[in-house]
Ligand binder design. Structure first.
Ligand code: HEM
Length: 231
């Protein structure tokens, strides 16, 4: 079993598919949770309090980190294998194949952009919330309580350059998900002639929902801050 998942190309793709599915589920959960910050900042902070440095939240963080790590490692190995397998044919294809989306050929680059954005994001939020609580602190470097997610969101998106960074990051995530979600189904053999266009459409819908859900928080908090400073 371990050989199948480590050595065969199908096994590796299966690991990418399962870890990707897990990460998409987390992203959908995280996005839904964040939307609460628009409707009720106090309600959002209650959720942040619940998901602080408790054992279950820490266990969730550990599993999530493992999922991200596995997904990245297998992506690197698969890309390296594909690169080696093409050998001298590497430079032979110069004509763009019809129907091959730009995102499908740039998944690794898009993955790196998503990863860089995630690193910035964890510095902005996780290091000032769960990590502070974990280290026994009662306020973070900005003077907010570690469960005051709403204040941290307001502070982060009061700066135009953070708004820009997050929107670029979310756009890269959109491209990554449009191919990734479809590819996930294809690996498990669901993309036959009938289902191919349906699953492509589903992948676009999921990616767009994720983009709009996260971007709504960024834009609404930026607009709120603009209104507060202007009025
Ligand atoms: C508007 C956009 C976003 C906002 C406002 C936001 C907000 C937050 C907040 C407040 C936390 C800290 C939770 C805590 O430590 O208690 C957090 C953690 C995190 N966020 Fe986001 N997030 C956004 C977008 C994203 C996206 C697009 C991703 C993934 C691609 C993501 C992945 C994560 C991860 C992995 C953590 C750490 C979770 C953990 O500690 O278990 N976030 N986010």
């Amino acid at each position: 079993m371990s050989c199948f998942l480590c050595n065969s190309s199908v096994g590796k793709k299966l690991v990418m598919s399962v870890s990707g599915c897990f990460l998409v589920l987390f992203i959908l959960f995280h996005m839904s949770m964040n939307l609460t910050a628009i409707i009720s900042p106090a309600g959002y902070n209650t959720i942040c309090e619940f998901l602080g440095a408790n054992w279950y939240a820490l266990a969730g963080t550990a599993v999530l980190a493992a999922g991200v790590l596995v997904h990245i490692l297998y992506a690197l190995v698969l890309t390296l294998n594909n690169y080696r397998a093409r050998g001298s044919q590497r430079y032979a294809v110069t004509v763009q194949e019809p129907g091959v989306a730009w995102s499908s050929k740039n998944m690794l680059v898009l993955g790196f952009v998503v990863l860089a954005g995630l690193a910035i994001h964890l510095i902005h939020f996780w290091s000032k919330m769960q990590l502070v609580e974990l280290l026994g602190g009662h306020v973070n470097a900005l003077g907010f309580g570690p469960a005051d997610g709403a204040a941290l969101i307001a502070h982060t998106f009061s700066k135009w350059y953070n708004v820009l960074i997050y929107l670029v990051w979310l756009a890269a995530l959109w491209f990554h998900l449009t191919h990734g979600v479809w590819s996930m189904f294809q690996t498990v053999g669901w993309a036959n002639d009938t289902w191919y266009p349906r699953l492509k459409c589903l992948a676009n819908v999921v990616a767009t929902l994720v983009f709009l859900g996260f971007a709504a928080v960024v834009v609404v908090y930026f607009a709120k801050n603009c209104c507060c400073t202007c009025c």
